[in-house]
Structure formats: C-alpha cells, structure tokens
Design a protein around this ligand. Structure first.
Ligand SMILES: C[S@@+](CC[C@H](N)C(=O)[O-])C[C@H]1O[C@@H](n2cnc3c(N)ncnc32)[C@H](O)[C@@H]1O
Length: 478
C-alpha cells in the first residue's frame, strides 16, 4: 500500500456521517474500535436474550423442566401437544442438544472475534481481550457502543466474505469481471509499454479492496478509496497484514502464494431470519481465498515501470476535489485544473458506488475532471441511492413556508435538523437521467448493459436473497 495509508487511519479519516474537527474524528475512531472490541460480547448478550425468551416461554406454558421432551405418555397413548413437547430439543435451554448448539455459536463468535482482533492488532489498537481487562477494572464506568455501531461490524464481516471468500466468487464475478474486461478491452496495459507510464485507475468506494486488488493484479496502477472506517480497518489488514514474514513461517521460507494468514469467519451468525438450518447460520468460510500480499511488491515487467497500489481514506468528493478546475473570483471557469495532467487517471472503475452519491451530478463532474482526455468511466451497480428516503417534505411544510423563496417551513427544518444534511439534498435520478448527465459532462457511451442480476454480500443459503438488476456502463471522456 502507498504512503497515504501509512498514517494511522484514525488520524486522517473524516467521519462517515460527515464530522467536524479532530475531536469528532478521534471519537469516531474510538467508537469504531470499540465496536470491533465488543463484537463477541454483543453477540453473547443477544444469545442470552434469546435463551431468556425461551425460558419464559416454557415457564409460561407450564413446562416441568427445560430439558426433557415434555412427554410422560406411555407407548401408544396420544397426548395433547404442548410447547414443551413440540419445541426441538436444541431449543430447550438445559438440554444437551442446546448446549451443543450454544457451543457452536460461541465458537463461531470467537472465530469472528479472533479475526477482528487481528485487524485491531494490525492497526495498533487494543484487542477484545484488553477490552475485557479494561472492563473488569473499570468498576462499571464503561462505555458500550450502540446497537447500530455494533451492527456495522456484522456488515464488515459480510463484506469480507463478499470480497475475500471462495464461496462468494460467483457474486464477485458478476460485478467485477465486466469492469476488468472493459479495462482490458478499452485500456490495455500493453498500449503503455515503452511509454514510461502505467495506466492509472481510481477505484472509489473500494470497500474491502478486492476489485482494486484484481485490477492491480492485471498490471494497472490502482488507487482505491473509501470513507468507511470499519471497512478501511479490515481492508488495510487484509491487503497488508495477512502476509507472513519468511522468518515466521514454520520450517523456513515458503512460496509467497502459500505463506499467508487465513481465518475462519462465520459472517452470517447475526442473520437469524430466513435460515433453513442452524448449521447454515454458523457455517465458516475461509478468508482470504488468495494471498493479498503476493502482488504488492511485484517486480517491473521490464517493459514499463511497476504498477503502484494505494488506498485513500476519506470522502470521495473531498479526496478528489483538487482535480476540479480553479474558478475565477467571478465564478467563471478558469479552464485550468490545479493538478498536473500526468496525475490524472486513465480510468475510474467502480462497483456499487455511483448511487452512494449525496449529489450524483457532483460525483460525475468530479470523475470527469479526474480523468485524462480519452479516460474511461466504468461502473457497475444499482440505483439504490444511499442517502435517499429521509426528510420528505409534507404538504403542511409547503402551506407554512415563510416566503416564496424558502421552499419549506421552519417546522420542516426543526423536524429534520437531526438528519445528516446529505439526506436532505439527495435526489433520485433514473438511469436515463444519469446517462444524460454523463453525456452532457462530455463522455461518449461505449457500452451499456442493463438489468444484469447481481447480489451484494448475500448469503447464498438464505431463504431470502436480494437481487439487483444492475446497470453496467463504459463511457469515454471525449
Ligand atoms: C455498496 S459498497 C460497495 C463496495 C465495493 N465497491 C463492492 O462492490 O463490494 C459502497 C462503498 O462505498 C463507500 N462509500 C460510500 N460513500 C462514499 C463516499 N462519499 N466516499 C468514499 N466512499 C464512499 C462505502 O463505505 C462502501 O464501502
């Protein structure tokens, strides 16, 4: 990873919800680390809650014990079904079957925590064990993260599975393969041989980093970026921390493809709904499925310089605002970008990213300016609009607006002041609107493929699968 990432993440990371100042950022970093540290404790508490419900259910229905089958019937005798007699043995809190199940769940939780602890350790942050010691010595004055913060760690584990498990290979292929093929078709690396330059590809919203890594593995220089600290902590570890130094390999040095750390994680344990079986819910996956560090120091091909791989932490519009033209004081376009052209990108490639925009026109204009002339925008994804659906204006807001100019009432402002401003500015554009804006920016559309079915961090064994009919687009800056 490049030098941008060598800063401690917490020191450079703007808060996901848009924070002000160092104090907010430091707090956000602490909260994210705490949500990692408290992961297993949260899951344990949730499971205890379920056990408590089962006990109360059995007590309320007059069960004699929480372990037997609840039937005193002699052979051949037909008895009335009761809650106790029909519940599966594994759901009766004192039964041996229930103890086996609890142990399986605990083991899966501990495996997940073990992975998260490696992530924390890699970032130089105390692990869950240190958190437990701190909790014991705190005498009760202890700060828990919120349920919402804790649930983000569950999302990280699912994203780790999406990007770095063999089980999610097909899900990745649907989104990532067309992007990679488009780059190889319209921006072949070999066209740069002898030019003393490697094609540069920006991968904004890179999540756990696999797409960025795959593009890099094809010989492109890649700059991934993301603003989510929970995601960045895990991607930093996966991309940089899984390699095992030769001296730590038992029995001496091992081939680079072999010597890397792998983890069993059970990313679906938080999903209690739509499960066909308990075994599905706790099943482990191995991550990563390839050695992410095997490429990072790839030697130059001899025909061109070595490609580079960097990751930036921050909001897309802020990170790349320096590509925007400098405007004159009177607001007219000075026509000059304040970056030298050689720093621009030959492609911006993204998956499930464009609809994260609080303002899609701003994303598109920024992408346009990030690109060299002839540069490519390659995008795959749905139009879910991350910031959509909050702060609707109601009829009364229009009736009570203070003036013709103000579109809403002060009651509206009060009602929505707790919301992130990005919810209040978000507009849902159709695919046609998006294409119109792409063309008006100055792109020529080279490829368009609509209604490509794709899943996102989805459990292939669940009874519920959300499938998006995604749009794929390749456009060239003219
Ligand atoms: C739906 S995920 C897609 C992740 C990855 N590209 C994939 O296909 O698996 C969207 C990603 O964009 C990131 N993101 C959303 N808004 C962003 C912004 N304004 N700046 C940078 N990253 C952003 C999120 O943190 C998340 O990792």
């Amino acid at each position: 990873m490049g030098e941008e990432e060598s800063l401690p993440l917490g020191a450079q990371q703007p808060k996901e919800g848009g924070g002000n100042g160092d104090e907010d950022e430091a707090k956000h970093f602490r909260d994210v680390c705490r949500s990692y540290q408290q992961y297993a404790t949260f899951h344990d508490a949730k499971q205890r809650g379920v056990d408590g419900r089962l006990r109360r259910l059995l007590l309320a229905s007059g069960a004699a014990s929480f372990s037997g089958d609840g039937s005193d019937a002699s052979e051949g005798e037909i008895i009335e079904p009761t809650v106790e007699s029909i519940l599966p043995p594994s759901m009766k809190p004192n039964s041996s079957e229930s103890k086996v199940r609890q142990k399986q769940l605990l083991d899966a939780t501990i495996q997940n925590q073990y992975f998260l602890d490696w992530v924390l350790k890699y970032s130089g942050v105390p692990t869950s064990q240190e958190f437990i010691r701190l909790r014991e010595s705190s005498g009760g004055s202890f700060e828990w993260v919120t349920e919402e913060q804790a649930s983000k760690v569950d999302s990280v584990l699912k994203s780790v599975a999406r990007d770095w498990s063999a089980e999610c290979k097909d899900e990745r292929a649907v989104a990532y393969d067309p992007i990679i093929e488009a780059l190889e078709t319209h921006l072949p690396v070999k066209d740069f041989y002898g030019s003393n330059c490697v094609p540069r590809v920006a991968v904004p919203g890179s999540g756990l980093g696999r797409l960025a890594w795959e593009i890099y593995s094809r010989g492109y220089s890649v700059q991934g970026s993301d603003f989510s600290l929970p995601m960045l902590l895990a991607s930093d570890f996966l991309l940089n921390g899984c390699g095992i130094p030769d001296e730590d390999v038992v029995g001496g040095s091992a081939p680079p493809a072999v010597s890397y750390r792998r983890f069993n994680i059970s990313p679906w344990i938080a999903e209690t709904k739509n499960q066909l079986s308990f075994e599905n819910r706790v099943r482990p996956l191995i991550v990563p499925d390839v050695n992410p560090s095997s490429l990072l120091f790839a030697p130059a091909s001899g025909e061109s310089p070595s490609p580079e791989f960097t990751m930036l932490a921050g909001d897309f519009l802020q990170l790349y605002s320096n590509f925007l033209p400098v405007r004159d004081v009177d607001g007219t376009n000075g026509g000059q970008s304040n970056l030298r052209a050689e720093n621009k990108f030959h492609a911006v490639a993204c998956s499930f990213f464009l609809d994260t925009a609080p303002s899609l026109p701003h994303y598109l204009i920024t992408i346009y300016h990030m690109l060299e002339d002839g540069g490519l925008l390659v995008s795959f994804g749905p139009l879910m609009y991350h910031w959509s659906g909050h702060g609707a204006v109601l009829p009364g807001d229009l009736d009570e607006r203070e003036s013709e100019e103000s579109s809403v009432s002060s009651a509206y402002r009060r009602r929505t002041m707790h919301l992130d401003q990005r919810y209040l500015s978000s507009i849902d554009y159709t695919w046609d609107d998006l294409k119109h804006m792409v063309e008006r920016c100055g792109f020529e559309i080279l490829e368009e493929n609509l209604k490509v079915p794709a899943n996102y961090a989805s459990d292939s064994r669940s009874m519920m699968t959300v499938s998006y009919d995604c749009a794929f687009l390749v456009a060239r800056k003219t």
